[in-house]
Design a protein around this ligand. Sequence first.
Ligand SMILES: [Mg+2]
Length: 358
Amino acid sequence: MKITAIDTCILTIPMQQTLRKQFAHHKLVVAEISTDEGVAGLGYTMGFAGGNVEAIQVYLETRLKPVLLGQDPQFIGRLWERMYRADSGKKHGIAAFALSALDIGLWDITGKLAGLPLYKLWGAVSDRVPAYGSGGFAAYSVEDIIGEAQKYAALGCKYYKLKIHHPDPRENRRRVEAVRRALGDGVRLMVDVNQRLDVLASIEQAKLLEDLDLVWYEEPVIADDVAACAEVARSIRIPVATGENAYTRFEFRDLIEQRAARYLMPDVCHANGFTETLRIAQLAAAHQVLVSPHLAHELSIHVVGALSNGFLVEFMDWIPPDLFEQALVISEGCFQIPERPGHGMVLAPGAREKYRGG
Ligand SMILES: [Mg+2]
């Protein structure tokens, strides 16, 4: 069996409702892998707020696609290694996004050939995965945040995450308190710093929030500085979560060894695909660290469904109903993993034409 073609495109997905207050759109770099036996795989990565997609597409087309053409798509381990080592290795940033899209497409093909959804191919733990509602951006009013949180709570989500981006830490506390009061005891909260503070400011901010029963305190400092993250983790009582800006098992190993986080958040569309994300998750399991993947819930559910140390998937409700053929089903705050072979996501007829272009 051979890969005969890889067709790429950029899809621009406009944001609706509350999300539009923060972002005009997100973009996807899509890679559709064709084979000489008619089985095809869909891979993609997401440019949050549209970032980097042109560069990702060019890197994929010029540096990684030639590695895969003519090869057997079922030898994912071999092909992953060849892609990883292309250009002298180091698959971070744009190169890691590109590799991720292709790895996801290769696993889609392999799942289809096996006739199994990926979580079962990987040794299923559960066919239902709990999700947390995610949003609460800086451009939202407190009322916007409460409205968004209540929408996720109405789907049964027991957790909601908001950003704490205000320069005044006391204002961030006021926002978190207001959401907590509005939602009551049935929903627990987590907060996201998104790397905006230095060590001392992050510790000061966390201490102002310690009595609010938060599940985690996310990306407390710049993601490159593992020692700084570990210093915050040692100094505060809220568990730290991080990992959406880490790309390889080596970076996650450092986070684990330095005890920089209790929750790790690889993104299957950044962290060199399903292949590397599963390695990261197994490494975390050996250290009793929980994994809660960043975004891409429609793909991440397969990872969490195959893990003993999976926690929650991040549910940011930005996918329009006409992008994929079938909608995911969520009830009582849990996604039902589709039984369709592969990852089970198929672009809807007309979606390419409707959303194509920058
Ligand atoms: Mg985050």
